[in-house]
Ligand binder design. Structure first.
Ligand SMILES: [Cu+2]
Length: 131
């Protein structure tokens, strides 16, 4: 089998690519507008917290539809997504979620909105620490 080694190597590369692929297999993706309440910690916490608007098309694990406006942590798989984003910024963001084989949620993209954008965040008025 003179070609066994290159074949095995190619297979390994394919497996590595699948294993480390950036596609987390989200079942659902949602777009919402929000204000940024906190950014990921330097070391441990790989998530940030936003106060997002109502998400009418949200599907929960038990099948109920809709999510109220709320403050919610969203895991950040790649912190470079948050480059240029500060606490107090108004943003439009896309996050994904899946429930099988295990629960996973994560930020997919985020863009800054103009600071005079009116967000529907209910009664809660979050202090803006934006400089
Ligand atoms: Cu939420």
């Amino acid at each position: 089998m003179p070609h066994a080694y290159p074949t095995a190597l190619a297979l390994l590369l394919v497996l590595a690519t699948i294993g480390c692929g950036s596609d987390p297999g989200y079942e659902h993706t949602y777009t919402t507008r929000a204000i940024v309440l906190s950014l990921p910690g330097e070391k441990v916490t790989q998530e940030f917290i936003v106060h997002h608007e109502e998400i009418p098309d949200y599907v929960s694990i038990n099948g109920s539809i809709g999510m109220n406006e709320m403050a919610m942590p969203i895991p950040v798989p790649d912190k470079s997504l948050l480059k240029g984003i500060a606490v107090g910024d108004k943003v439009e963001l896309v996050f994904g979620e899946r429930f099988e084989p295990q629960h996973k949620m994560g930020l997919i993209s985020i863009t800054k909105l103009s600071m005079d954008t009116e967000l529907n965040l209910g009664e809660t008025t979050m202090p803006t620490t934006h400089p």
